[in-house]
Ligand binder design. Structure first.
Ligand SMILES: [Fe+2]
Ligand SMILES: [Fe+2]
Length: 192
């Protein structure tokens, strides 16, 4: 596992979101405590590798993407592109490290569509836990600071924005993730 982490490092956290992959990993592993049947190896690998595809997006385009300066169609194209490139990078790294084919295919399956086809993950235990870990990132202190900077928003504006997201009924697959988000949001409210 550590070899995968090391191999993925040069491709990691390219969206101005340093610490994202590790944060998703921490949240997913936390959720796994409630779901002992979940395959932790698969989830960890997806956590580490899912956003590596952002490393292949052209720099100026990525800057605009981060600052929300693109049209919805342009944004979607980048999301699909990072999923496809992530599938390729995951395949390359996992093959190099020596994972068996069934694991590689499973990880690639979960990276494909992870931002553009959420419904695919419903009922897929590893998929649900990974996606909830990914969404929980939104409510972290690190993300609040990052988004406030990227969008030039005040702390109150960011808080209002993510509070609205929290109210979405299908935001999370697991009830545990929603509870964690609730706690995180309350913490964000009390912080300076
Ligand atoms: Fe992503
Ligand atoms: Fe992500």
């Amino acid at each position: 596992m550590i070899e995968v982490w090391e191999e993925a490092k040069p491709y990691q956290d390219k969206r101005g979101d340093s610490g994202h992959a590790l944060s998703v990993f921490n949240s997913s592993m936390n959720l796994c405590r409630y779901y002992p049947d979940a395959n932790r190896t698969v989830i960890s690998l997806v956590d580490f590798l899912h956003d590596t595809g952002y490393s292949q997006v052209e720099k100026e385009l990525l800057k605009k993407f981060i600052a929300k300066e693109l049209s919805p169609d342009e944004e979607k194209a980048i999301r699909i592109f990072h999923e496809q490139k992530g599938v390729e990078i995951a395949g390359m790294i996992l093959t190099k490290v020596g994972y068996e084919d069934s694991i590689i295919k499973r990880v690639q399956y979960l990276i494909e569509g992870h931002d553009t086809n959420k419904e695919k993950f419903r009922g897929d235990l590893e998929g649900e836990i990974f996606k909830d870990g990914d969404t929980l990132w939104w409510f972290t202190k690190r993300n609040f600071i990052k988004e406030a900077k990227a969008w030039r928003w005040t702390r109150e504006e960011i808080f209002t924005y993510f509070s609205k997201h929290f109210e979405e009924p299908d935001l999370f697959f697991t009830p545990e993730a929603r509870e964690i988000a609730r706690t995180e949001l309350a913490l964000r409210f009390t912080e300076d």
